[in-house]
Ligand binder design. Structure first.
Ligand SMILES: Cc1cc2nc3c(=O)[nH]c(=O)nc-3n(C[C@H](O)[C@H](O)[C@H](O)COP(=O)(O)OP(=O)(O)OC[C@H]3O[C@@H](n4cnc5c(N)ncnc54)[C@H](O)[C@@H]3O)c2cc1C
Length: 375
């Protein structure tokens, strides 16, 4: 539905080879940015005369005295208050809360102190405003967390991070190791599984090891290595290091970089090489075993979990009406997008945030446009 609707409005999708999903089933735009959808929708909205107010922050939901019906919003624009009366309803679409590290530490308990890749604007403002008038929330302890994150800064107080698509690199044969130099998981598992495993073992560091051939296979076949980095930046990191990649000439050098026992690492690699040769990974049942680790150089990647997409948020019914603590709809209050809680259950379903935001936002819009006034 979202796909057809966007296409009808002029968004051009190009088939995306994305081996993270094994099958080529990803719909994306040529520049790999969400801004490409937003630009098209923005131009369409302007064309039909929608009054779009930029740099205008909603600060409060205005209700009747019983607080069971939303009448409009109070916003701030250029330092001045702005009141908007909503005859049909208010749709909260202010996104998630993982851009606020205090909220991560308060709710995403398994990943307190972790990095975040969310936008600084994802502060949960809409959620807090709705809760203030009695809205209920759900699934607040869950978020999309990727095991292979990279800190943006060496300053420990800066918790911004990038996502390295290490789970995709593993499909070209690289392996995942713990800080002792041991494999601990089926390396074909997605990044979320790696993050969950680390959390359940109170561990925050994960390494990956790739041969030159595996890394170049990954780079040749996948357009993106680190989300929001271009190829030049990744190539520079590959050659010079500094952020998270270390080029090592031998397993001795690798063990020394990891701070682990060489004997342990050597044993891990010997066992793994035998599994590759026999085509049978008895330890973890891995299928994507491409290439042995025989002689350097090798590439060592040091990563840590990075949180970013909120999957907890406001409780809604099938019409996307926001519910109160008693499960009753708050009249004329709707929600769509990442602010809605529970759409993914307790584990993030990759790719479904944008689809959910677009499909549900459209559904609410259509509902309100058809009705003279919402219930
Ligand atoms: C790096 C990254 C990669 C991602 N990759 C994918 C992917 O591949 N596939 C996928 O499906 N999803 C992906 N996501 C998630 C997806 O982008 C979001 O879930 C989706 O954009 C949420 O849409 P939204 O409209 O609900 O919120 P947002 O896109 O966050 O928009 C919310 C808007 O509300 C504004 N706002 C907030 N508070 C206020 C306020 N008080 N007053 C006025 N405005 C306010 C914000 O400034 C923002 O413009 C990714 C997210 C990130 C950060």
């Amino acid at each position: 539905m979202a796909l057809d609707w966007l296409t009808d409005h002029g968004v051009v999708f190009t088939p995306q080879p994305n081996s993270a999903f094994r099958l080529k089933r990803m719909h994306g735009c040529d520049k790999h940015t969400g801004a490409q959808y937003v630009d098209v929708l923005f131009q369409n909205a302007k064309k039909i005369g929608v009054d779009i107010k930029l740099n205008t922050k909603v600060v409060e939901l205005i209700t009747n005295t019983e607080a069971n019906e939303v009448l409009g919003v109070k916003a701030e624009s250029n330092g001045k208050p702005l009141y908007v009366r909503a005859t049909k309803g208010v749709v909260i679409a202010t996104g998630g809360f993982c851009g606020d590290v205090n909220m991560i530490d308060k709710f995403i308990l398994d990943f307190r102190g972790a990095l975040t890749f969310a936008s600084a604007n994802s502060e949960g403002q809409g959620l807090k405003m709705a809760e203030k008038i009695g809205a209920a929330s759900t699934h607040m302890n869950f978020a999309a967390v990727y095991g292979y994150g990279v800190p943006m800064s060496k300053d420990k107080n800066n918790r911004k991070g990038w996502i390295f698509r290490g789970h995709v690199m593993n499909l070209y044969g690289s392996i995942t190791l713990n800080k002792e130099g041991r494999r601990f998981i089926n390396d074909d598992q997605n990044s979320t599984k790696v993050a969950q495993f680390l959390a359940s073992h109170q561990e925050r560091t994960v390494y990956q090891l790739a041969t030159e051939a595996q890394l170049s296979d990954f780079m040749q076949n996948d357009p993106i290595q680190v989300i929001s980095w271009d190829r030049t930046k990744f190539n520079q990191e590959k050659e010079e290091g500094g952020q998270f990649i270390n080029k090592v000439n031998s397993l001795e050098e690798c063990a020394s970089e990891m701070g682990c026992s060489f004997d342990t690492l050597k044993n891990t690699i010997d066992v793994y090489n035998r599994s590759v040769a026999s085509g049978n990974d008895e330890e973890f049942g891995r299928r994507f075993m491409k290439g042995q680790f025989l002689s350097g150089p090798f590439y060592l990647f040091k990563c840590t979990p990075v949180v970013g997409i909120t999957i907890g948020g406001l409780k809604v019914n099938q019409r996307m009406q926001v519910l109160n603590e008693y499960g009753e709809p708050i009249s004329k209050l709707f929600a769509a997008g990442e602010i809605v809680g529970g759409l993914h259950g307790t584990s993030y379903i990759g790719g479904c945030s944008l689809a959910g935001a677009l499909a549900l936002g459209r559904m609410v819009g259509e509902q309100l446009a058809k009705n003279q006034a919402a219930p």
